[in-house]
Each structure stands twice: as structure tokens, then as C-alpha cells.
Design a protein around this ligand. Structure first.
Ligand code: ADP
Length: 255
């Protein structure tokens, strides 16, 4: 493979669990600096694909390169350049946010100023608060801060806004854009199409372990329309979420 602008290359990736094929020959590339979305229904194979690229799960066959390093030959090099969001159970519930950032920094062998990371995700006022006392949105923002500690070139976010209220989701979108603005490449899974449309430069739609479409959201929509698709009824200029946001405001809250 010789396309240097592709920071991730996945070729004919297969993952079987016993007789069941969860990932069925997936190939795609992610360009440096883009926000790339893996979309698909539950069980489509998105998390399995991500976890294989993250070196956290064994593949059955296929090839993966990250930053030019082969997953088979140099998983340690790959680990050094990626940031992965932990599930919330991964945080010591009794430690406060400053202590948790220091703990992660220690794991990565880096000296950091915890406050810089907390302020980046708008949690500066929670520095002495324990992780378990945070709201859902705050926990998600904190987990994004922890992915940044080893200054990764690529950040993987697996359903980062699931379960959040509309304001918290929008706050997180802005945070994800900000992180990309600092030069990181972002790979995100979601089943919120508005989120993918707003955030992603390109998306791969995954179904039953296969990629069934891959393009920019705009191009995919244009293709559908060019094929004669029309929405069954006139679309209003706003939706209920617009009403909700308009009425309740966009400012930061206890999200
Ligand atoms: P997604 O992230 O798209 O929801 P997953 O990658 O989590 O999908 O799962 C893909 C399929 O593989 C699902 O049918 C799931 O039940 C199955 N699967 C995931 N992990 C395992 C496992 N450890 N053992 C057996 N089957 C699994």
C-alpha cells in the first residue's frame, strides 16, 4: 500500500467469533486530519473494527496499517500514536479529575498540567470533583480529555454522544471539531445521522460486517437524490430539536 496521505489503511479485514462473521472483508482508508465516521445499526461490526485497529482485539484475517505501521508487525508503534476513549468503568471512581489526569500521564510517561486538559474540555471548575460525581456529558468530555494526554495523531471515539441531551451533544461536537482543529485525525462511530452529517468529512456505512457505502455525507445525499429519491412530505424549516434548543438555550450546563 503506498498512499501516504492515508493515515489508516484497512484491507479485507475479517473477524469471526466462532462460526459467526462479525466483520466480513472490510476495506477503507482514513485521510490524515479528517473526521471519519463509521455508521451502521447495532451489531454491524463497527466497534469490532475499531477495536482491531486500536490493537485491542485480534483480527481473523486482513491487513491494517496505522501511520504507516503494520498492525501485525508494529502494534507498539501504533499504540503510541492513538488515543482511545475508555468505557466509564475504566476510571477509578474515588479519584478526582486532576488525580485521574496525573494517573494517565504517568501511564504514558508524560509530564502534563492537568488544568490545561480540564480547561480544554470546559471542566476547569471540576478539577477536584470525583469522576463518578460528573453528569453523563461531563464524563464524556473528561474521557475525551484523557485521550489527548499522549498527544495522539489519531483519536478513536466509539459512540461518544450516546445518551446525552441535545446541549451536551452539541458541546461535544464543538469539542471534537476543536480537537481536529489542533491537527488530530478522528475516527468516530455513531448511529446519529445528524451528528455524522455535521461532523464527518466522510462516512462509511457498515451493515452486517460489510461497507455498503463510503463517501462524504453531501455526496451520499446527492447520489440518493439523483436516483430519484424524494422525501414523502414537505420538510419544515425547523424540527423539534431546533425548538428545544431555541427554548432551553445553548449555554453550558451540568451536562
Ligand atoms: P457494532 O459496534 O456495530 O454495534 P459490534 O462490533 O459490537 O457491532 O458487534 C458485531 C457483531 O459481533 C454483533 O453481532 C455482536 O453480537 C458480535 N460480537 C461482538 N463481540 C463478540 C464476542 N466477543 N463474541 C461473540 N460475538 C461478538
Amino acid at each position: 500500500m503506498s498512499a501516504p496521505q492515508q493515515i489508516i489503511e484497512v484491507k479485507e479485514l475479517v473477524k469471526k467469533y466462532g462460526d459467526f462473521t462479525a466483520v466480513d472483508g472490510i476495506s477503507f482508508g482514513v485521510r490524515e486530519g479528517e473526521i471519519f465516521g463509521l455508521l451502521g445499526p447495532n451489531g454491524a461490526g463497527k466497534s469490532t473494527t475499531l477495536e482491531i485497529i486500536e490493537t485491542l482485539r485480534e483480527k481473523t484475517s486482513g491487513e491494517v496499517w496505522v501511520g504507516g505501521f503494520s498492525l501485525d508487525e508494529h502494534p507498539e508503534q501504533i499504540k503510541k500514536m492513538i488515543g482511545v476513549q475508555l468505557q466509564s468503568s475504566g476510571y477509578y471512581p474515588g479519584l478526582n479529575l486532576t488525580e485521574l489526569i496525573e494517573l494517565f500521564a504517568g501511564l504514558y510517561n508524560r509530564k502534563v498540567k492537568p488544568m490545561e486538559y480540564l480547561e480544554m474540555v470546559n471542566l476547569g471548575d471540576k478539577a477536584k470533583v470525583r469522576y463518578k460525581a460528573l453528569s453523563g456529558g461531563q464524563q464524556q468530555r473528561f474521557s475525551i480529555a484523557t485521550t489527548l494526554i499522549n498527544q495522539p495523531r489519531i483519536i478513536f471515539l466509539d459512540e461518544p454522544t450516546t445518551g446525552l441531551d441535545p446541549q451536551a451533544r452539541r458541546n461535544l461536537w464543538e469539542l471534537i471539531r476543536k480537537v481536529r482543529g489542533q491537527g488530530a485525525t478522528i475516527v468516530i462511530t455513531t448511529h446519529y445521522m445528524d451528528e455524522a452529517e455535521y461532523l464527518c468529512d466522510r462516512v462509511a456505512i457498515v451493515d452486517s460486517g460489510r461497507i455498503i457505502a463510503l463517501n462524504s455525507p453531501d455526496a451520499l445525499i446527492d447520489e440518493l437524490v439523483a436516483g430519484g429519491f424524494e422525501r414523502p412530505r414537505a420538510v419544515k424549516k425547523a424540527n423539534l430539536e431546533d425548538v428545544f434548543i431555541q427554548l432551553t438555550g445553548r449555554e453550558w450546563r451540568g451536562d
